[in-house]
Ligand binder design. Sequence first.
Ligand code: HMG
Ligand code: MG
Length: 299
Amino acid sequence: SYPARVRVVEVGPRDGLQNEKAVILLAAKAALVERLVAAGLTTVEAGSFVSPKWVPQMADTAELLAMLPAREGISYPVLVPNLRGLEQAMATGRVAEIAVFGAASESFSQRNINCSIDESLRRFAPGVEKALAHGLRVRGYVSCVLGCPYEGEVDAAAVTRVAAALAGMGCYEISLGDTIGTGTPLKARRMVEMVAAEVPVERLALHFHDTYGQALANILSCLERGVSVVDSAVAGLGGCPYAQGATGNVATEDVVYMLHGMGIETGLDLDRLCEAGAMISSALGRETASRVARARGAM
Ligand code: HMG
Ligand code: MG
């Protein structure tokens, strides 16, 4: 059976825009977030406090946060890799939620955050503790849950170990990242079943990139096992700077079209989502990667 309602976490302004080659004006980012909120999204991942040399597109996250109106019930989480990032995030006075990001593959961990998996968990711990002590919510990501760009197959036991460690630190939710989109439905479902033996399924989210066109099928397969939180990016923006060939996240419009078609509630307005996607696609000078937006645009 499927959940009656799915919470959609919009990651376009962070995961999407972090990998777009075009220069993105701050005003366009702020307008995008505004439109996403207007479409009904209550969680919009807005950026990250990482090295600007590694990810230049996120260097203006503090300025972006300052431009976003504070609204009851709306949160703008940011990625934070270390204490320094946490301090920067807290200094904005606008952050109620952060995310730490680990990986199930050693090579990806090295390329993405320059340390081993175990070292990353040791580095996250004090940041998570401090964030929780200040009343922030903390989410944990695990990358490469269905494959690694450097190592290929990834064992679900490795995913489970990192997910359990992040949950044990106090992450309220663990987002399972198919970073390079190589997963297929039965494999995705088995991975979720294995992780759910250690971390309750209510605390798991799906974060699937659509590189191989499998994301919707994989989501559906995992919803059947009780997951009810899905990360997506409007217009299917982006990719990952450390995962060659990765395309964007599954498009929010496509996820919402599928869910609504199944009678699953999201609280989101598909027309407004399509408008948000059209706006950012034109600001970037690219075509939307959302099939739904393309189909509706052509009508
Ligand atoms: P490092 O080199 O090991 O750390 O990098 P370091 O402490 O030696 O610092 C290196 C430089 O970064 C120094 O600057 C620091 O000052 C600076 P330099 O002396 O060279 O001028 N620095 C910082 N600057 C700003 N904010 C900070 C910060 N920390 C250090 N917080 C580090 C380690 C993690 C910092 C680096 O590897 C990094 O920034 N990586 C970025 C990783 C990233 O953002 N990846 C994309 C997001 S993850 C993702 O997309 C996957 C996900 O979507 C899920 C999925 O799809 O699977 C979440
Ligand atoms: Mg991602």
